[in-house]
Design a protein around this ligand. Structure first.
Ligand code: TXA
Ligand code: MG
Length: 437
């Protein structure tokens, strides 16, 4: 690809419990301010982490690492050659600025210079409970490579809440520019194998710290504008942001459902983001679940469809239809015994019995039509918003690997909270077809 030589990509497992201990620096109360690490040098985990930190500091090839949101693809933000390595590996257009990751406020203050105090109160406020990126002015004579900011006078700063990310950045001792570690346009990676799938041969090192806790990217807040604006919804709620001094009037600054247009979009939209190969058909809240014939219309050469269910859709094993629960509580009783219809399932599934486990495994249903047989691959994410966020990108990737013809997704109500808004924001960008109520 691109005539570039293929690199050999190593996935290095690192268990955060085996690398040693992080301690807040004396006189500080919080790891966020500044911390020290005493590494346990005897473990392979530490050896792997130190190796990755060494590459991050010295190599021009980026290193993939876990954060609490999604995996990042990191490079020394002060070296142009290293930052360019990110754009090259991801095949990302270079007009999209990168978030800069810091291990602590101490490291961030070092970059900002003497007038860094306004930051302090925001970062020390309640907002730091969750994954947050704050847009700051890039100081004159900034140490940041110009490629990081894509020509803007600002940059996004973030202190990830993940021990491996913190230890890596601290050890490399440089600010780390990192976008999500997916190939451009693909869903963000929430596990090391997702990174390997997209970037194998294009990077050398992936730190495998297991699946990410949050599953959707950080909330991006522009506190320089008045009122402060949320540019991208994420796990930190509007309420949390508004409780920070100076941010009481924070507003939504991204396009919400209403602004994205209420007409179903035609397939083949130019703009793709978070997208698997198969077209995503997103059912907004309030829209009835697809009927069997609506499903069948999208069966293509693979003779296989994917469906991601969340709160209310349940695949009915006896009728092949997707039924809706009227309440959000798990439906334990409505086990429809309608006798085998013309297109009844051959294989039965038991998803009617309660809410499936988060990240529940894919279930394949055989659908026998009058003329042909096809399959429905179902991934039930459960009804808990945090589990849906954690599992949504993995579900899209998994269905892609199944080579389905199309992926039907049951949307959730973005008014339910900011994590729900973040999930819907990503799904609307991923979807080629939006079915609205
Ligand atoms: O959770 C996350 O934020 C993950 C992990 C790896 O930290 N990172 C991530 O990076 O999602 P990326 O590159 O996929 O998304 C960065 C977002 C983009 O929407 C970009 O436009 C915005 O942040 N951004 C970065 N710098 C900005 C700036 N100076 N002004 C406005 N938006 C900015
Ligand atoms: Mg991204």
């Amino acid at each position: 690809m691109n005539g570039e030589p293929r690199l050999s990509t190593a996935t290095l497992p690192v268990d955060g419990r085996n690398i040693g201990t992080l301690k807040a620096t004396p006189n500080e109360t919080d790891l966020l301010d500044s911390f020290s690490i005493s590494f346990d040098e005897s473990t392979p985990d530490t050896a792997n982490l130190l190796k990755a930190a060494e590459q991050l500091k010295n190599s021009d090839i980026p290193v993939a690492f876990p954060t609490e949101t999604v995996y990042g693809l990191g490079a020394d933000a002060t070296r142009s050659a290293a930052v360019n390595g990110i754009y090259k590996a991801k095949q990302r257009p270079s007009d999209n600025p990168l978030i800069v990751h810091f291990a602590s406020l101490e490291q961030l203050r070092k970059l900002l210079g003497p007038d860094s105090d306004p930051m302090h109160s925001h970062l020390k406020g309640h907002a730091t409970d969750g994954p947050l990126t704050i847009i700051l002015s890039n100081p004159t004579n900034s140490l940041l490579a110009p490629e990081v900011t894509a020509g803007l006078g600002t940059f996004g700063a973030r202190i990830p809440r993940n021990i491996l990310a913190l230890a890596l950045i601290k050890q490399a001792d440089v600010p780390v520019a990192a976008p999500s570690a997916n190939a451009s346009t693909k869903p963000s990676p929430t596990a090391a194998e997702h990174v390997a799938y997209d970037l194998d041969g294009r990077i050398e090192t992936i730190i495998d710290g297991g699946p990410c806790d949050v599953g959707v990217e950080s909330t991006v807040v522009d506190g320089l504008s008045n009122p402060p604006l949320v540019l991208r919804p994420g796990g930190v709620s509007m309420e949390q942001l508004r409780s920070c001094p100076g941010w009481e009037a924070t507003q939504v600054g991204y396009k919400n459902a209403a602004e994205q247009g209420s007409q179903p979009k035609a397939p083949g939209m130019k703009y793709r983001h978070y997208s698997p190969k198969a077209p995503v058909i997103l059912y907004e809240i309030g829209k009835a679940a697809p009927t069997l014939s609506e499903l069948r219309d999208h069966v293509g050469p693979q003779k296989k469809l994917g469906v991601v269910t969340t709160k209310r859709w349940r695949v009915n094993p006896s009728s092949t239809e997707i039924n809706e629960q009227t309440s959000t509580s798990p439906d334990k009783t409505k086990h429809s015994e309608r006798a085998n219809h013309e297109e009844g399932f051959a294989g039965m599934l038991q998803s009617l019995h309660g809410t499936p486990d988060p990240g529940a495994a894919m279930q394949i249903h055989q659908v026998q039509g009058t003329h042909s047989t096809w399959q429905l691959a179902e991934i039930p994410l459960g009804s808990n918003i945090a589990s849906i966020a954690r599992g949504i990108f993995a579900a899209l990737r998994e269905l892609d690997r199944e080579q389905v013809d199309a992926i039907f997704v049951e949307g959730i109500d973005d008014l339910e909270g900011d994590t729900a808004a973040a999930v819907m924001n990503r799904l609307r960008k991923a979807a080629e077809i939006k079915v609205v109520g």
